[in-house]
Design a protein around this ligand. Structure first.
Ligand code: NAP
Length: 479
C-alpha cells in the first residue's frame, strides 16, 4: 500500500524515531523488504507515554456515547477498506488473502462490540445491610495502558485491546510485533480518521522491545499492561509490573488438546481439525497441538485428515487458490522442522507432508504424524505450524488426565455425539475455552482467555471491558 503510514504515531502526529532509526518489514513469502518503518527507542516511548498521560484526564471525561461512536465509525471504515487491509496483512504476515479478509471482519467486530459496550458501563449501589450507610459504586478507566501484540493476528490482536480501552476511557501506547507493524499503523490512521482525539492512542513500532517497554512498566505512570504473546515473555513482563503493581491482562501460549471419541462423527471431527489446526497456518494460540484419537477410529481419522491436509495448496498468500501461506520467518520454520524431526526420530509415521520445499519463502507443507510418542518435544511445545500430531487413547479418564498434563490451559476441543460425555469431559478439562464438535471458539462476543500458564483475564465478551475499568465505592451515611 503506497499510503500506509510508516512512522511512529505520537500525540496524533506521524513522526520519525528521535535517532532516525528505521527497521525493515519483510514479506515472508519472498523474503523481500516491503517497507521500512520507524524504529522507536526509549526517548520515543517516553514521548508516547507523555502523550497518553496528558490525554488521559480529558479522555476519561468524554461522554461514553462519543467514545462509542468513534469505535462504530472506525468499525465501518475498517470494513470499507477490507481489501486494502487484507493485502497489507498478507504482505507483512503471509496468511492467504481469504484468511486475511476474515481477520479484517473479525478485527472490526471488536470495535462494533465495544462501541455497544461503551454506553453500558454501569455502577450500582443501595443501602448496606447495617442500614446506616449507602453504597455508591462507580466505574472508572484504569488509566494509561501499554498494549503489546504478537505478529500472528496483526489487526485483530490490536482491536481486541484498543476496542475495550477506548470504550472504557483509557489512553494507550501500543507496541506491535516488529514483523507486522504496518497493520497497527494503518489501524491508528483509521482511528484518527474516525475522530479519536490526539494522544489517546500512540503507536511505537520498535525492534528494541525490552529496552522500550521496561521503563514504561517500571516508570509508575502506565497503570495497565495488556499483553498477548508467549508465556515466556509474559512471565518476564509480569515481574516488571510487580514493582508498581501495574494491572495486567495476559493472553499467553496454548497447548490445545483435540479429543476425538469413538462415537464422534468423523466428518465433523475432520472438519473441526482442519480449522483448529490449519487456521492461520497453525500459527495460532488456539491451534490444536495434540490430537488424542480413540484407538478404534484413529487410523480412519488419520487417513481422512491426511487426505484433506494433503489437498491444500501451499504458496504465496496473494496467489489465487492458495490455502496455506508461508510461516512467519526462517526461525519459525526451523522450529517446526526440528519438532517434526524429533517426533519422527521417536517413531512417528508421516502420513503426509513433512518435507521442507526448495526455493524462497518460509513455506512448510501441511503435515500429519501418526503414532506420535508422548515423549516427543511437540507434546510440550507450541508447534506454531501446519503439523497435526496424532496419539491414541482408550479410556475417558485416561485422555482427560493426559490432556490436562501440561502447564497451559487455553483451549481444548472435544468431539463426541454423546451430550453427557461432551459436557462431562469439557468440564473436566483445565482450560478457559472448549470447542464442542467445532474447531473454532474465537468470537468477539465471547470471553477469550486461558487458565494456568495460558494467562490472566479475558478479552472480548461482556467481561472484556472490565479489564480496563476500576471500581470506586463511596460510603454515604443515611441521615
Ligand atoms: P512473543 O515472542 O512473546 O512476542 C509477543 C510480543 O511481545 C511482541 O510484540 C514482542 O516483540 C514483544 N516482546 C518480546 N519480548 C519483550 C520484552 N522483553 N518486553 C516487551 N515486549 C516484548 O510471542 P510471538 O512469537 O510474537 O507470538 C506468538 C505467541 O503468542 C504464542 O505463544 C501464542 O500462543 C501467543 N498468542 C496468544 C494469544 C492469546 O490470545 N492467548 C493470541 C495470539 C498469540 P519482539 O518480537 O520485538 O520481541
Amino acid at each position: 500500500m503506497t499510503d500506509t503510514p510508516t512512522q511512529l504515531f505520537i500525540g496524533g502526529a506521524w513522526v520519525g524515531a528521535a535517532d532516525g532509526a528505521t527497521m525493515p518489514v519483510h514479506d515472508p513469502a519472498t523474503g523481500e523488504i516491503i517497507a521500512h518503518v520507524s524504529d522507536a527507542g526509549t526517548k520515543d516511548a517516553r514521548l508516547a507515554e507523555d502523550a497518553a498521560v496528558e490525554a488521559q484526564r480529558e479522555w476519561a471525561r468524554t461522554a461514553p456515547r462519543v467514545r462509542s461512536e468513534i469505535l462504530r465509525r472506525a468499525y465501518e471504515i475498517i470494513l470499507e477498506r477490507t481489501d486494502e487491509l487484507a493485502h497489507l496483512m498478507t504482505a507483512e504476515m503471509g496468511k492467504p488473502l481469504a484468511e486475511a479478509r476474515g481477520e479484517v471482519a473479525y478485527a472490526a467486530e471488536f470495535f462494533r462490540w465495544f462501541s455497544e459496550e461503551a454506553v453500558r458501563i454501569d455502577g450500582g449501589g443501595g443501602v448496606l445491610p447495617d442500614g446506616r450507610n449507602r453504597m455508591l459504586l462507580s466505574r472508572r478507566p484504569v488509566g494509561p495502558c501499554l498494549l503489546i501484540t504478537p505478529w500472528n493476528f496483526p489487526l485483530a490482536m490490536g482491536t481486541r485491546k484498543i476496542g475495550p480501552a477506548v470504550a472504557a476511557g483509557c489512553t494507550m501506547v501500543l507496541k506491535p510485533a516488529p514483523q507486522t507493524p504496518l497493520s497497527s499503523l494503518a489501524l491508528a490512521a483509521i482511528l484518527k480518521e474516525a475522530g479519536l482525539p490526539d494522544g489517546v492512542l500512540n503507536v511505537v513500532s520498535t525492534s528494541r522491545a525490552g529496552e522500550v517497554c521496561e521503563p514504561l512498566l517500571r516508570g509508575g505512570r502506565i497503570r495497565k499492561l495488556s499483553f498477548t504473546g508467549s508465556t515466556q515473555v509474559g512471565r518476564l513482563l509480569l515481574a516488571q509490573c510487580a514493582d508498581n503493581v501495574v494491572r495486567t491482562s495476559m493472553e499467553l501460549g496454548g497447548n490445545a488438546p483435540f479429543i476425538v471419541f469413538e462415537d464422534a462423527d468423523l466428518d465433523v471431527a475432520v472438519d473441526g481439525a482442519m480449522v483448529a489446526k490449519m487456521r492461520n497456518m497453525g500459527e495460532a494460540c488456539t491451534a490444536a497441538n495434540r490430537f488424542f484419537v480413540h484407538s478404534a477410529v484413529a487410523a480412519e481419522f488419520g487417513r481422512r485428515l491426511a487426505e484433506r491436509m494433503g489437498s491444500l495448496v501451499v504458496g504465496p498468500g496473494t496467489r489465487d487458490g492458495v490455502d496455506v501461506g508461508p510461516l512467519i520467518d526462517a526461525a519459525g520454520r526451523a522450529k517446526v522442522e526440528k519438532l517434526v524431526a524429533d517426533a519422527v526420530g521417536r517413531g512417528a509415521e508421516v502420513l503426509v507432508g513433512g518435507r521442507t520445499p526448495e526455493g524462497p519463502g518460509c513455506f512448510y507443507p501441511p503435515t500429519v504424524l501418526a503414532g506420535v510418542d508422548p515423549a516427543s518435544r511437540l507434546m510440550e511445545t507450541e508447534i506454531f505450524g501446519p503439523v497435526a500430531a496424532i496419539l491414541t487413547f482408550d479410556d475417558e479418564d485416561e485422555v482427560v488426565r493426559r490432556a490436562n498434563d501440561t502447564p497451559w490451559g487455553l483451549v481444548g476441543y472435544v468431539f463426541t455425539e454423546g451430550l453427557d460425555r461432551a459436557l462431562r469431559v469439557s468440564e473436566r478439562l483445565e482450560v478457559g475455552m472448549v470447542g464442542v464438535n467445532t474447531g473454532l471458539v474465537s468470537n468477539p462476543a465471547a470471553p477469550f482467555g486461558g487458565v494456568k500458564q495460558s494467562g490472566l483475564g479475558r478479552e472480548g465478551g461482556r467481561v472484556g471491558i472490565d479489564e480496563f475499568l476500576e471500581y470506586q465505592y463511596l460510603a454515604v451515611p443515611v441521615r
